[in-house]
Every structure is written in structure tokens, then in C-alpha cells.
Design a protein. Sequence first.
Length: 212
Amino acid sequence: MRSGTSLLDRALGVLLVGPLLAVFAMPVRGAAEPPDGWITFAGNPQHTGVSSAAAQPFEVIRWSTPVDLAPPSGDILIHYGSPLVTPANTVIIPVKTGASGGYEVQARSGKDGSLIWSETSHYILPPHNWTPSYSPTLALNTRLYFPGAGGTVYFRDTVDASGPAPSGQLAFFGESNYAANPASFDSTVFINTPLTADTAGNIYVGFRTATW
């Protein structure tokens, strides 16, 4: 993963106008294209929104599950995150859990909607006048990445199986820098875009910084 402490210094000291981009460069695990799946927001790194698998008829709802456990009354000014689907037909759903924020990621069986696992994120929304999208991504269909607080990103492997799984937390400015002062990062650095993975397994994410 690439890191840059000079970016860290700027992030904590100034309000930046406009989006920034962090790249989490992960090792290439093979040259073959990943099998079919819906791995990211709009389906692929190019965000074409076109699936290689044909949809089933829309006349029947086979199962449903809420994506917001505390929806507001009146107008709902929220961009909900995109569900993901693995080649093994596991549906990964970002779920808003609180009235003003709070998120978890759920993995459910595509066959019947039964819960396989869930994991909570300590993600904090950036300053906003409408709620931006909280969207995880799958890299090479084998590792799930989802946003955390302070510009960090969580990951989880073996996404189709229940029980304990290899997992961790990444920071584009260095995990040791985040561990040294997480409260400062949490209050000033905010992921503000869906995560996107390319075919080599690299992760792209936009972020902003703010001082209060």
C-alpha cells in the first residue's frame, strides 16, 4: 500500500476544497479476469452499470431486507450504497444503522436472504447536506473493502463463509500514523465516495478533509 506523510501533514492543517483520491495498491494475484459478479458501485471500475448475467423476471420478490434501520421521516435525502454479489451468489449489503449515521455490512444468501455474517464499521459521515453513499467494493471477488473512520478502509476475506475470517484495517497515510492519533484523523479526514477496485486488485477512494 502506498503511503505519504506529507499528505498527512496537509490533511490535518488545512481545509481542502474539492475531492482527493487515495489509491490502496494491492499485489496482483493473477492475470486471469475475475469470474462474474457485481463487485463494486455500478458493477465495474468503469461504472457502466451493465451486468454480464441476465436478470431474473421481475414479477416475484424472492426476499427483501432493509438497507436503513433508522430512516428519516419526510423526504429521504440519502444515496444508499450499492449491493454487491459474489460469484458464489452471496449478496453483500451496506446498511445504515442510525438516524444520523452508523453503518454495518451484511452478507446474505442470494437464494433466500438468510444472514451469513455482519460486521460493523466505525465510519463517520463527512460534512454534508444530503447523506452520501456508503459503498464497499470487492477486489478480485475474494476480499471485501469497506470504509472506516479517519480515511481508513477495513477489509475482510472469505466473504462467502460465516465465522471468523482474515480481516484488517488500512490507512493510505500509514497505519502507524493513524494508530498514533485516531481521534484527530476521525475528526478531520472523511471518505466521501464509493470504493472502487480495478482488475489488479487496487482500491480507489475519494476523501476530503475538514477542520471544525
